[in-house]
Design a protein around this ligand. Structure first.
Ligand code: NAD
Length: 249
């Protein structure tokens, strides 16, 4: 029996990187998936690629504005009306920052909060009543190892991920009575487009500081999502699970 057979999942930021790996892993484990991306064009491209890999893939895609509650609510209701329920929400869409404080544009700080924090709250708020009505669910937020350590510039990014951990721990406590589990996965440096674009020497230097001796693969992060989404994790809520090769900063 597949781990997510019969379950319906929403994955935000599902068009590439870690999100796309989560979508693929959920599909492989028998789930039906609605992926959200920032533009319909990239959503359609991801759907075409997924269907080319597996013509039977039970997948749809939408491009709501995650920073606007009405748009999120509409998209979540479309998924519910299409598939009848939502069991799993992976709040994965996110952007990062590198700007030193002295050059940090306040508007850029606000933008990172809008996507990395507000959108997690919006998607969770829209999905929770649907999960409650159906007897429960699993919400998994993509946080980051920087939510433990902070980082040397681009303070908006770690600040947003500390907030994601706060939402995770608070909502786990609030929604436990409705059998809705809320957990976070904290990836370390993971080989997405961003890392692939770095010079190989730089990636080697980063890898040398990681006890496992390499950066992570998106599929390795996605495996943690599969576990936390599944009934095998039925007594796990409010957890922040690092998937970072024991990175120490
Ligand atoms: P990525 O840039 O490859 O993918 C980001 C995803 O978010 C894309 O699907 C994109 O469509 C979506 N997105 C971006 N802006 C959006 C917007 N305004 N509205 C809606 N969707 C938007 O990044 P990734 O590396 O796969 O990151 C995914 C998550 O993992 C993020 O939350 C990121 O903070 C986190 N993370 C990544 C790493 C890493 O090393 N790659 C490490 C720790 C945490």
């Amino acid at each position: 029996m597949k781990m997510l057979e019969g379950k319906v999942a929403v994955v935000t930021g599902g068009t590439r990187g870690i999100g796309l790996a989560i979508v693929k892993a959920f599909l492989e484990e028998g789930a039906t998936v609605a992926l959200f991306g920032s533009r319909q064009e990239t959503v359609d491209k991801a759907l075409t690629a997924l269907k080319a890999e597996n013509t039977d893939a039970k997948v749809m895609g939408l491009a709501p504005d995650l920073t606007d509650y009405k748009s999120v609510e509409e998209a979540i209701n479309t998924v519910k009306n299409t598939y009848g329920k939502i069991d799993i929400l992976a709040n994965n869409a996110g952007i990062s920052a590198r700007e030193p404080l002295y050059n940090y544009d306040p508007a850029a700080f606000e933008n990172i909060m809008k996507l990395n924090v507000n959108a997690v709250f919006f998607c969770t708020k829209a999905v929770a009543p649907i999960m409650k009505e159906n007897g429960g669910g699993s919400i998994i937020n993509t946080s980051s190892m920087v939510s433990i350590y902070g980082q040397m510039s681009g303070c908006g990014y770690p600040t947003s991920k500390f907030a994601v951990n706060g939402l995770t721990k608070s909502l786990a406590r609030e929604l436990g009575k409705d059998n809705i589990r809320v957990n976070a996965v904290l990836p370390g440096v993971t080989r997405t487009d961003m890392v692939a674009a770095l010079p190989p020497e730089m990636v080697a230097r980063i890898a040398a500081t990681i006890p496992l001796g390499r950066v992570g693969e998106p599929e390795e992060v996605a495996n943690a999502f599969v576990f936390l989404a599944s009934d095998k994790a039925s007594y796990i809520t409010g957890a922040t699970l690092t998937v970072d090769g024991a990175t120490q900063v």
